[in-house]
Design a protein around this ligand. Structure first.
Ligand code: BGC
Length: 538
């Protein structure tokens, strides 16, 4: 995209980025699985949301053991999702609508079907091919026990034994062998992959498991680690594990940053780095490393004013000292949907809308996951329909419930997700009948729908953000209220955001003109109702 000469800060600093989980967004070819032509066909919809950028989850050649996070060819499109020509068309269509495009990069592991891993198995112990992965001899008589006690995030041991007796490490599925980032081939290969997509015109990368690439030397046991009780959520956030946040990762991101900076147009990368302290998070966003890291604190926080104020304060403590901009995330394809996280039903939806308004008012970038604009709750997926490797490997109920194909139109599955055919297409995860109430078609007709609300909020955000300071200050409006103000710059009015997390109405009459409301103000008093939020301009 041509750089905007009037822009003084990089585009991603305050962008709203919409996550497309490609398998579940829109299916153009009628196989029940979303694809790139499905995205292209819905670009007008994406433009109408008033988001600034799209992040596409992996669409590369892959056996789909982890739905694309097991990549067999980093430079091609899986036939299920289309072709490179489909990708180019989607990218051009997005750029024509002023939508940037970020693609997912998966550097911690490849697929076991990747030619490198196939060669590593064939070439045997000690070979150069094997050194690109983490192969080790086992422990105990004849090496029958795994080299250490690490457990896979998807359940079961993190080691699998191969025919010649050695074991290989896989923090995730056995079909996702971890790469050995100490091997120079690995760094060179990823630089080349980065350039491949940058040359095609992508605006940036979302870096998967960005904190995982290096493992502590000697691969020490984790004290007390057993197969029981580990789930994806809690293992990703066990900061002190010897496979997370090792110092070597930062040289990788410095190298990538140089590559990004050698291209025009503010190319960026955002890291999925689940790290524990503000200091460790800040290391990823030093000026010569990542542009941003996801800030996951909000999505696991209850709807409580003290807890949300803490999240905001901790976020600034992390990014402030290195001059980085914050990011805000309520949901993604790995976690329970926000509406359900906040209690479900009308209460959950009210809180999700209020939280959305708060995160969109804060300085920095916001990431919105497909379906959030429809207020979709988590879907209860029957055990026989579940597809997530976490479930299949006994690591818990899995993440399928937030990945159900989107409901676009109509009254019955596939709700416009797949083309209309005589025999309705069966989507890869079944959609519940009650999705009929959530379709884009239905919500587009309803001025009070969640979709209408988010479109409106994003339109107002786009208008006011250029006139707002990157700073904000918290206001004291009571213990159960989160309130903050961003002053205007260059004569523009400021915006105050108020979130009522309590049970009493909150007076807001002195704060200016209401700009966006997540729910109507109390009719008689004009007060802000519980579980709602508003922006005021003054
Ligand atoms: C992705 C997951 C994936 C895992 C392994 C995560 O960060 O978001 O969906 O299962 O990485 O690649």
């Amino acid at each position: 995209m041509a750089p905007d000469p009037t822009r003084t800060t990089p585009w991603w600093r305050d962008a709203v980025c919409y996550e497309i989980y490609v398998r579940s967004f829109a299916d153009a070819d009628g196989d029940g699985v979303g694809d790139l032509r499905g995205v292209t066909a819905r670009l007008d919809y994406l433009e109408s949301l008033n988001v600034d950028a799209l992040w596409l989850t992996p669409f590369y050649t892959s056996p789909q053991a982890d739905h694309g996070y097991d990549v067999a060819d980093y430079r091609d499109v899986d036939p299920r999702f289309g072709t490179l020509a489909d990708f180019d068309e989607m990218l051009a269509g997005a750029h024509a609508r002023n939508l940037r495009v970020i693609v997912d990069l998966v550097p911690n592991h490849t697929s076991s079907a990747h030619p490198w891993f196939v060669a590593a198995l064939a070439d045997g112990p000690g070979s150069a091919a094997r050194k690109r992965y983490l192969f080790r001899d086992g422990r105990g008589p004849d090496g029958v026990q795994p080299p250490n006690n690490w457990q896979s995030l998807f359940g079961g041991p993190a080691w699998t034994r191969v025919a010649d007796g050695q074991w290989y490490l896989h923090l995730f599925d056995p079909e996702q062998p971890d790469l050995n980032w100490d091997d120079p081939d690995v760094g060179d290969e990823f630089e080349s992959v980065l350039r491949f997509w940058l040359d095609r015109g992508v605006d940036g990368f979302r870096v998967d498991v960005a904190h995982g690439l290096f493992k502590e030397s000697g691969l020490p046991d984790v004290e007390g680690m057993t197969a029981a009780g580990e789930t994806l959520d809690d293992t990703m956030s066990q900061w002190d594990r010897p496979y997370w946040d090792q110092p070597g990762v930062h040289d990788v991101y410095r190298r990538w940053r140089q590559v990004l900076d050698s291209y025009p147009g503010d190319r960026m990368m955002i890291g999925e780095a689940w790290v524990g302290t503000p200091e460790s998070m800040a290391r990823y966003v030093r000026p010569d490393e990542m542009s941003q890291v996801f800030n996951f604190h909000w999505l696991s926080t209850p709807f409580s004013a003290p807890a949300l104020r803490d999240v905001i304060a901790a976020t600034y403590a992390a990014v402030g000292p290195v001059g980085a901009s914050p990011t805000w995330v309520l949901s993604n394809h790995d976690v329970v949907r926000t509406v359900t996280h906040y209690g479900g039903g009308d209460l959950g939806l009210s809180r999700a809308k209020a939280s959305m308004l708060a995160m969109l008012a804060l300085p920095g970038a916001a990431y919105v996951y497909q379906g959030e604009e429809l207020g979709l709750p988590q879907v209860e997926v029957a055990p026989e329909d579940r597809q997530d490797p976490t479930w299949l490997r006994g690591g818990g109920v899995g993440r399928d419930g937030c990945r159900i194909p989107l409901p676009w139109s109509g009254d019955a599955p596939p709700f416009g997700f797949s083309p209309e055919t005589a025999e309705p297409v069966r989507t890869w995860l079944p959609q519940p009948a009650w999705f009929a109430d959530y379709t884009v078609e239905r919500q587009s007709r309803d001025p009070y729908s969640t979709l209408a609300f988010l479109r409106f909020a994003l339109a107002r955000r786009r208008e006011v953000v250029p006139g707002l300071s990157h700073e904000f200050h918290m206001l004291d409006r009571g213990a159960d209220v989160v309130a903050f103000r961003r002053d205007g710059v260059d004569g523009a009015p400021g915006v105050t955001c108020v979130v009522n997390c309590g049970t009493e109405d909150v007076p807001v009459g002195d704060l200016g003109t209401p700009l966006v409301l997540s729910a109507a103000l109390a009719e008689s008093t004009g007060h802000l109702l519980p579980n709602s939020a508003a922006w005021f301009q003054s």
